[in-house]
Design a protein around this ligand. Structure first.
Ligand code: FAD
Length: 519
């Protein structure tokens, strides 16, 4: 009874607020197996994201039970004379409202509501792949594959992100230098296009759609299933951090380590990342809890005359049965590196604990009320040839001595990225990810405020522009057509053509603000 009343109230509200755009009765007649929700709490949660910087209220939220539910909704949006927008939402971990849509329908792909639910991940052990629902979180994909002693090869640093959400961007972490991004580790997809067709695609079947969707920012279709490549899961990880005060020595070593991507696994690390430390005092942010507080590291004590330190982070995976050779292999690799001798921090832990490391930091931040705060994050791909200039201008310049969050930096090999996908990277064989993962706090301190950090992001982009450093934004956010055309560069014509083919009414993922709907 209460539900019925709520529904009637919500429908009346809809008819008043939405007017011509979307007829809720039409939606209800579609008869979903999952749940179409007008519940204000549901609508509110779909209006927000991790960034906390923008808010757009959809009319309704669909919790699909199957790919057919998604297809039914999108087909109706496409065929309806008035049209309405549809945005897939994974775990809502975007920064700038990319999974939101005003007055349309959000398809809540992650989470399992109601009695009918999408399929759980299905592992084909012999073929070494898993078929996962597009809204599945990577942590759950991992749990399922581990039952077979298998695991995906390429990761993000944080596992509470959806398969469809990361594949719409790229999905990168320290494994990308040899396995490529997550989009290079997918065999097949099921996709609901902007016309409401449910199509299977791969390198061989509907290849244009396959390449368009990978890194496609949700513009060409909603991923309902992904077939993801697996490898035997390592049991444990040796996790090492070493420090540098010299940026050239740091990047030289990172580039050396990723150049080993073709070597036998015993002769390379499995993961190469790094971060920048510009804050004064203890090396202490939510991504570096690893440095023991009983053994505080002061920047000054390590001879960083510029006040900036760089931390190389590397791991080696192993099985307990091969642990004997591990020390030697690590030692041989470390001998080639030029870090500050007294700055080696080592730990050893189960593979899952390593992969799930950021979640532990999340729980700590949550307990202090520091997780659900605005996140003006800026992620840039910087060409290798200009990374020194970026260091001088940004790390040693614009940032000052307060960062308000971790700054990751690590290089990747472009030959591990498929040029046919939609993602855009710099035009050089090696490029760096620089991720400024800052949290804004209203503590009274100027340098922690949202406005200060947002201005600083703009200053960094302006600096790159004026210095002619051709960075590309990862998880891009632009507000004008010209900026998007510039972002895609040579790929714009193809991106536009694919949009006209797969989503001609431009109803999907409007929160990216690339195209306006045609109604
Ligand atoms: P959402 O925010 O829900 O959606 C993102 C976009 O994808 C939207 O445009 C949406 O419409 C579209 N979309 C969502 N699901 C689908 C689907 N099934 N089919 C088609 N389109 C879809 N990224 C990395 O690469 N590496 C990292 O290490 C990393 N670490 C992160 C850590 C944290 C704490 C956070 C908050 C983000 C991190 N990210 C990282 C960024 C993350 O990969 C992206 O923000 C990603 O989009 C989040 O996934 P989501 O499921 O929350 O997507």
């Amino acid at each position: 009874m209460a539900t019925k009343l709520l529904l009637t109230f919500a429908i009346c509200r809809l008819i008043v607020t939405v007017g011509l755009t979307l007829n809720p009765m039409e939606l209800l007649r579609l008869g979903f197996d999952g749940q179409l929700s007008f519940d204000p709490a549901d609508v509110e949660s779909a209006s927000l994201d991790f960034g906390g910087l923008s808010r757009s209220e959809p009319t309704a939220v669909l919790h699909p039970a199957s790919a057919e539910d998604v297809a039914r909704l999108v087909q109706s949006a496409y065929e309806s004379s008035r049209g309405f927008t549809v945005s897939a939402r994974g775990h809502g971990h975007s920064i700038n409202g990319q999974a939101q849509t005003a007055n349309g329908v959000v398809v809540q792909m992650s989470g399992r509501l109601g009695s009918r639910k999408p399929d759980k991940p299905r592992v084909l052990e012999k073929m070494r792949y898993v078929d996962a629902w597009g809204g599945e979180l990577w942590i759950d994909v991992l749990r399922s594959t581990l039952e077979y002693g298998l695991a995906p090869k390429s990761w993000t640093d944080y596992l509470y992100l959806s398969v469809g959400g990361t594949l719409s961007n790229a999905g990168i972490s320290g494994q990308a230098f040899h396995h490529g991004p997550q989009i290079s580790n997918v065999y097949e997809l099921d996709v609901v296009t902007g016309k409401g067709e449910l199509l299977t695609c791969s390198q061989k079947q509907n290849p244009e759609l396959f390449h368009a969707v990978l890194g496609g920012l949700g513009q060409f279709g909603i991923i309902t299933r992904a077939r993801i490549a697996l490898e035997p899961a390592p049991q444990r990880v040796r996790w090492i951090r070493v420090l540098y005060s010299n940026f050239t020595a740091f990047t030289h070593d990172q580039e050396y380590l990723i150049s080993l991507h073709g070597q036998h696994s015993s002769q390379k690390f499995d993961y190469v990342e790094g971060f920048v430390i510009v804050d004064e005092g203890l090396i202490n942010n939510w991504r570096s809890s690893f440095f023991s507080p009983r053994n505080p590291v002061k920047i000054a004590s390590l001879g960083a005359s510029s006040g900036v330190l760089y931390c190389l982070e590397i791991t080696k995976n192993y099985h307990e049965s091969t642990a004997e050779t591990l020390d030697q292999e690590v030692e041989a690799l470390m001998q080639k590196l030029n870090f500050i001798p007294a700055s080696v921090f080592t730990t050893d832990l189960p593979y899952v604990d390593f992969l799930d490391r950021v979640h532990k930091a999340e729980l700590k931040l949550r307990s202090k009320g520091l997780w659900e705060v605005p996140h003006p994050w800026l992620n840039l791909f910087v060409p290798k040839s200009r990374i020194d200039d970026f260091d001088k201008g940004v790390f040693k310049g614009i940032l000052g001595n307060k960062t308000s969050g971790p700054i990751l930096i690590y290089p990747m090999n472009k030959n591990k990225w498929d040029e046919r996908s939609s993602v855009v990277v710099p035009d050089e064989e090696v490029f760096y990810l620089v991720a400024l993962l800052r949290s804004a706090l209203d503590t009274g301190e100027e340098t922690q405020k949202l406005e200060y950090l947002s201005n600083q992001n703009r200053e960094i982009l302006r600096f790159c522009d004026e210095a002619g450093i051709n960075v590309k934004q990862y998880l891009p956010h632009y507000t004008t057509h010209e900026e998007w055309v510039d972002h895609f560069g040579d790929k714009w014509a193809l991106f536009h053509q694919r949009k006209m083919e797969f989503d001609p009414r431009r109803i999907l993922a409007t929160g990216q603000r690339i195209f306006n709907p045609s109604f």
